[in-house]
Design a protein around this ligand. Structure first.
Ligand SMILES: Cc1cc2nc3c(=O)[nH]c(=O)nc-3n(C[C@H](O)[C@H](O)[C@H](O)COP(=O)(O)OP(=O)(O)OC[C@H]3O[C@@H](n4cnc5c(N)ncnc54)[C@H](O)[C@@H]3O)c2cc1C
Length: 566
């Protein structure tokens, strides 16, 4: 196989044990060993590879391609038993930057809008350097923004702290170049009715995709509208209900973003970026118990905060314990400032007075005074809850809270001996108004097990990241993971939530898609996959299960990494 690929592939072809072991993992609980890891030089490499796999699949049915960016996926979406295509080595460049999109070409005519075109292997941290230099930002950035790449944001429909106000990645993809399963690259962008009709009339694979997909959506419009999860954000399933936008505009990216590379492989993405806030400020709210959380969230949301984030006492304890980790790259003045700002937390640790949960509400505006006024208004509004609140005084102090929120998972992964982070109920979302009932029920499920876990997340969206620490030397860990997943996802189903708001389905949640969608909708997902990828060569077993293979509970159990060496 590798010799044949080397004949046409300009990039690197790796199959040494070290590389295959490295690529057997992402940030999920799974291990899946690929046969080959390829680093494409350009789109031509990707196209030729897809054509070769398409052709060779008849002789070798186990062949498939899984696109990979930085491999930080928590759902196992970037794992494969066949070929991994890593974009971060070569296809990581800026293509072009457009300073200003003329008003008439904008989807949303309000406010300023700018675009940037990049290759999928560009790390978000490099991307942000370019945009921030111009005072611009892609506001769907993730808590993993120092680790992940933009191809993975496209693949997972990623989101983050500012999604509450600005939406997910799907809102920021203006156009993309995508290699379909026929091995040719197509430009994917919003089409008006006339343009769609032209596409549908084409007598080729692209035309067939548009023809069959638009018919499938139109034939099932009512059922699809009903099936759309009624939550602030969702990464589960194929978002067929989103493809037809206002005024009949047909935007295939609304489906491809978040499809985990199962429908096409993106080779270039044009993002809309927006002006970054000039001034912002944080209010920290300390909760001694979770009872007021739901009502509190509702009230804070009426003031339209930029972000409404949260983390629990265990996360905070962890941050204080591994405080030196936060000092890295801060410089001497930064270190002193940070040490000073951590004094209240050290004190709480010593006196045992950690609050049960901390809520961070951020406000933004055009002047310091405006932002401070908004913070004061919040403190006034929630006075009747009788909670301790604190308006941050400096950027360094605000950054302390952000660092704790963003770095908690990384800290857990790095430091806790013998136990490992186990993201499997890591991304549940319900309507915020259900939180007062949902959270106690969730706690009582978790309380039945002798496990340590942290909770952090996006309270404003009703989206919580629960990360248990588990002993992967014990075989019963697999049983607990499945038992807990069953119970937590049953609960999510009862509250009409979604199993994943951001982190997507992958290996870990594809078996649970039936908790959110009925059999008819699942059959539409299957048909969608078949329209785009009739031979099942693109990241199989994610989003649509393969009987006896990927996407089933059996596959999930078989591929949880049991740690023999530690
Ligand atoms: C500490 C930590 C914090 C996190 N916080 C967040 C968070 O706040 N919000 C959030 O949404 N996620 C979060 N995640 C999950 C993850 O970081 C994001 O989903 C991220 O955007 C994935 O990017 P990546 O470059 O690592 O992609 P990968 O893991 O490489 O891939 C992700 C998916 O995208 C697909 N893909 C990759 N490249 C392409 C391509 N060229 N074409 C088509 N499909 C492609 C892959 O097949 C895979 O299914 C977190 C993860 C960690 C470890």
């Amino acid at each position: 196989m590798k010799e044949e690929i080397k004949k046409f592939f300009k990039g690197d072809v790796h199959y040494d044990l070290e590389t295959l072991t490295k690529y057997s993992r992402d940030a999920s609980v799974f291990t899946v060993r690929p046969q080959l890891v390829l680093f494409p030089k350009d789109s031509e490499d990707v196209q030729k590879l897809v054509r070769w796999v398409n052709y060779t699949k008849n002789i070798n049915p186990s062949l498939s391609i899984t696109a990979r960016a930085a491999g930080t996926c928590m759902s196992g979406g970037a794992l494969s038993e066949s070929i991994i295509l890593d974009f971060t080595k070569y296809m990581n460049h800026l293509v072009k930057f457009i300073d200003h999109i003329p008003q008439k070409n904008r989807k949303n005519p309000e406010g300023d809008s700018f675009s940037i075109t990049v290759q999928p292997g560009m790390f978000y941290r490099d991307f942000e350097k370019i945009t921030l230099e111009k005072g611009l930002i892609l506001p769907c950035y993730t808590a993993s923004k120092s680790l992940n790449a933009v191809g993975g944001m496209y693949g997972n429909n990623s989101a983050g702290e500012r999604t509450l106000k600005y939406g997910k990645t799907e809102e920021y993809v203006m156009s993309a170049k995508v290699v379909f399963s026929d091995g040719f690259e197509y430009e994917v962008k919003p089409l008006n009715q006339k343009e769609l009709a032209k596409k549908i009339a084409q007598n080729d694979f692209e035309g067939e995709v548009y023809r069959k997909l638009s018919k499938l959506i139109e034939d099932n419009k009512e059922e699809l509208d009903q099936a759309k999860p009624k939550v602030h954000k969702n990464s589960a399933g194929y978002y067929l209900w989103n493809v037809f936008q206002n005024e009949g505009v047909f935007d295939l990216n609304r489906l491809l973003v978040g499809s985990q590379g199962t429908l096409g492989i993106v080779t270039e993405i044009t993002f809309k970026v927006i002006p970054n806030n000039k001034y912002s400020k944080l209010v920290a709210i300390f909760l001694k118990d979770l009872n007021p959380l739901g009502r509190l969230v509702d009230e804070v949301l009426t003031l339209n905060p930029e972000t409404l984030e949260t983390y629990d006492d265990k996360t905070m304890r962890l941050a204080v314990r591994f405080f030196p980790d936060f000092l890295k790259n801060k410089g001497i003045i930064g270190i002193l400032r940070l040490m000073w700002s951590f004094i209240p937390e050290f004190w709480m640790m010593v006196t045992g007075g950690f609050p049960k949960m901390i809520i961070l509400a951020e406000f933004a505006g055009n002047s310091e005074e405006e932002v401070h006024k908004k913070c004061l208004a919040l403190v006034e509004k929630i006075k009747h809850f009788n909670l301790q609140t604190h308006i941050t005084k400096s950027e360094a102090e605000a950054n302390k809270y952000w660092d704790i929120r963003r770095e908690s998972f990384a800290l857990l992964r790095k430091h806790v001996r013998g136990l490992k982070t186990a993201p499997f109920i890591d991304d549940i979302v319900v309507k915020p108004e259900f939180l007062p009932k949902f959270l106690p029920e969730l706690n009582s499920i978790l309380g039945k097990y002798d496990i340590v876990y942290t909770i952090a997340g996006h309270a404003g969206d009703g989206n919580f990241h629960i990360i248990p620490l588990m002993d992967f030397r014990k075989p019963e860990t697999v049983r607990i993971i499945v038992e807990l997943s069953d119970q937590v996802y049953d609960l999510v189903e009862r509250f009409k939530g979604s199993t994943t708001a951001e982190h997507n389905d992958g290996i870990v949640r594809t078996p649970y898609l039936g908790k959110i969608y009925n059999p008819h909708i699942l059959s539409l997902f299957k048909q969608t996959k078949h329209i785009f990828d009739p031979k099942n060569i693109l990241n199989p077993g994610k989003k649509v299960p393969i009987p006896g293979g990927g996407g089933t509970k059996e596959y999930l159990k078989e591929h949880i990494e049991i740690d023999e060496e530690s």
